[in-house]
Design a protein around this ligand. Structure first.
Ligand SMILES: Nc1ncnc2c1ncn2[C@@H]1O[C@H](COP(=O)(O)OP(=O)(O)OP(=O)(O)O)[C@@H](O)[C@H]1O
Ligand SMILES: [Mg+2]
Length: 279
C-alpha cells in the first residue's frame, strides 16, 4: 500500500554492489525512510556511508537489490514509469562543470524543458522563471564557463527547476564551492523551500544541516539516527564516534561552556548563542 501524503516512501531498501574482485559491497541495508511533500531533508554520514547510493535510488539511477522505492506513488522498479519518475526528481551533483551542456546560460537551462518536448514559448517562460529564481537572469546571455562555481551551480539548479520537478536532490552540490558560492546555493535552496519544493540535500557542512526540517544520519548503509537538527546534533558522542563534526556554533558553545562563560551548550546557530550570551 502506498500513502498518498508521502512523496517518497523507501521500504526495506538494500543495495549491493559487485566489487572489482566480485565481492559483495552492501552500500545500503534495510533502509526505511519517508518524506512528505515540502520537507527539507538533509542526509549526513561519513564517506562511504551510502548517501550517494541512496540519492541515486530516488530517480531510479539505481534499482533496489531488495526493497522498494516509491516516488509520488510510482515504484522505481516499474520500467514503464521511469520517465515519470525522472521528471519528478531532479538531481544536482557536486561538479557544476559536468552538468553544464551549452555555451550560453539560457540555452543550458532550456536543455531539460526542450527534452520534455515543450513548445518554445513555454520553454522561454520557464527558462526566465528558473533563472529569476536562482538570481541569474541578468547572466542569461553569458558563457557558463566564465561564471564562478556558485553561479554555475545556480545555473545547474535553474536547469532542474525549469523542468518543474516535485523533488530536488542535491548530492554535495556545495562541496566544490567557496563560502560565498555555498551561501548563494543555500539561499536558492531556501527559496525552493518557500515555493513548496521538496529538497533533499547531502552535505558534509554541518552549518547547512542546521537549516533542515529533518536530518537523517547514515552509517555503513543504515540509518543511525534521524530527527530535527537539534535532536541529532545533541547526540555529540555518536557524531564524534562516526567521525562527523557538529555545527560550528555548537563547537564554539562547547568551548565557551568549558571556559565557564555560558552554562549550556545547547546551541545550533548564531541566534542560539546570542540568546545565551545576552539573555
Ligand atoms: N559503482 C560502485 N561499485 C562498487 N561499489 C560502489 C559503487 N558506488 C559506491 N560503492 C560503494 O558503496 C559504498 C557507499 O558509497 P556511496 O558513494 O553511496 O557513499 P557516500 O556516503 O556517498 O560517500 P561520500 O561521502 O564519499 O560521497 C562505499 O563502500 C562505496 O565504495
Ligand atoms: Mg557521495
Amino acid at each position: 500500500m502506498t500513502n498518498p501524503a508521502l512523496l517518497i516512501e523507501i521500504k526495506d531498501l538494500s543495495h549491493v554492489f559487485q566489487g572489482q574482485e566480485h565481492q559483495e559491497i552492501k552500500a545500503l541495508s534495510a533502509v526505511n525512510l519517508t518524506v512528505k511533500a515540502g520537507e527539507f531533508l538533509v542526509i549526513l554520514g561519513a564517506n562511504g556511508s551510502g548517501k550517494s547510493t541512496l540519492a541515486k535510488h530516488l530517480n531510479a539511477l539505481l534499482l533496489p537489490t531488495e526493497g522498494n522505492v516509491i516516488i509520488d506513488g510510482l515504484n522505481t522498479d516499474d520500467e514503464k514509469v521511469l520517465w515519470d519518475i525522472r521528471q519528478r526528481v531532479g538531481m544536482v551533483f557536486q561538479n557544476p562543470d559536468n552538468q553544464i551542456v551549452a555555451t550560453i546560460v539560457e540555452d543550458d537551462v532550456a536543455f531539460g524543458p526542450e527534452n520534455l518536448g515543450l513548445p518554445p514559448a513555454i520553454i522561454k517562460e520557464r527558462v526566465e522563471e528558473a533563472l529569476f529564481m536562482v538570481d541569474m537572469l541578468e547572466y542569461r546571455q553569458h558563457a557558463p564557463h566564465l561564471l564562478s562555481g556558485g553561479q554555475k551551480q545556480r545555473v545547474a539548479i535553474a536547469g532542474i527547476v525549469a523542468m518543474r520537478p516535485k523533488i530536488i536532490v542535491l548530492d554535495e552540490a556545495t562541496a566544490m564551492l567557496d563560502p560565498k558560492g555555498r551561501q548563494e546555493v543555500m539561499s536558492v535552496i531556501d527559496k525552493l523551500k518557500q515555493e513548496g519544493m521538496t529538497v533533499i540535500l547531502i552535505t558534509h557542512h554541518m552549518s547547512e544541516a542546521t537549516l533542515a526540517d529533518r536530518v537523517v544520519l547514515l552509517d555503513q548503509g543504515k540509518i543511525k539516527a534521524q530527527g530535527t537538527p537539534r535532536e541529532v546534533f545533541a547526540q555529540r558522542e555518536m557524531m564524534r564516534d562516526l567521525g562527523l563534526d557538529i555545527p560550528p556554533m555548537s563547537q564554539l558553545a562547547e568551548m565557551l561552556k568549558e571556559a565557564g562563560i555560558i552554562e549550556s551548550d545547547d546551541v545550533l546557530d548564531v541566534e542560539d548563542l546570542v540568546k545565551l550570551l545576552c539573555p
